[in-house]
Design a protein around this ligand. Sequence first.
Ligand SMILES: *Cc1c(COP(=O)(O)O)cnc(C)c1O
Length: 378
Amino acid sequence: MSDKVGFVPVNEPLLNGNEKKYLCECIDTGWISSEGPFVKEFEEKMSASVGRKYGIAVSSGTAALEVAVQALNISDGDEVLMPTFTIISCAMAVTKRGGVPVFVDSDRNTWNMCVDQIESKITSRTKAIMVVHLYGLPVDMKKVMEIAGKHNLKVIEDAAEMHGQTYDGRPCGSFGDISIFSFYPNKHITTGEGGMVLVDDEALASRCRSLRNLCFQRDPRYVHEEISDNYRFTNLQAAVGLAQLERLDEFVEKKRRMGKLYTEMLTDIKGIILPMPKDEHAENIYWVYGILLDDYINIDNRSFVKKLGEKGVGCRTFFWCMHEQPVYLKQGMYDGEHYPDAEYLARKGFYIPSGLALTEEQMMTVCERLKETLNEVV
Ligand SMILES: *Cc1c(COP(=O)(O)O)cnc(C)c1O
């Protein structure tokens, strides 16, 4: 069955704009390191595109979260509220500093954190709320900002999957005291690896810049008051990023078109639940096209994704919940905690090929093989 000729990859980016031209400029001028001029230009254009004053480009979205947590001085015993259903980068950024991620369950419809559960989890040790916009619809930011204001909490906004998305018309990535993006190849725009921290406060921006670069001091350079890591972003990455950013609107439009087309093709199929096309605050941007297996389908997402892979369709399961991560359970954390809706998403959710290079013909193949697979398991 594993006929590779017809294999549809889960993600293939589009790199047919000015990427090559700008990369050649790096080579021709010799500017390949983080000191090159494209880095600053990319930071300025990217931050302007979401209405932020400062952008600090870093080596990944994960690095951006680490810088954000350290810049807000989150440390030993400080609690940070976040969804349990998210990528490990969110929890890890906090635990690396000695902080404690405290979880809330997910909304089964939007797949985002259940903001109504946030307040009941606040304690005297709570320092911040880390919101993570997941899969295509934004978190309910109005409620989050109200709670953060009322309890004097910082907001870290993970907009890694939300390039070009808005909440009530305001760009995602503009809400947090610190907001972050990722430029991994499956995001709407990519730099291969890469990320960015966005802030409006000048002092915070300069601290993030310092944290990105081992906390070198200007003078004397090799004396350090604090340590961080090397999270620098190269001119080569910025070259690709600038070319990608030129096409952001086009990419967002294409993702939305793809989302609508998948929904049309899959709409009458029993046994699966499709993503919400919109909610009160935004139209789905379909970072990837996620699907849930219905309760009565007696198979989990891992086995289902494996079957689709055997049919030549590259799929991925959804994230695995943070409170069920062996690395934390081994340390005695989250023992006995349960978040039923997040657990359901983690066990029944998966996404189908969604890269920007995907063709309509490939999408039709994906849907046919998905139907076949469902017929085999019901
Ligand atoms: C991709 C992603 C990240 C991590 O970004 P990397 O660049 O892969 O380190 C963080 N948060 C979310 C929600 C993501 O989707």
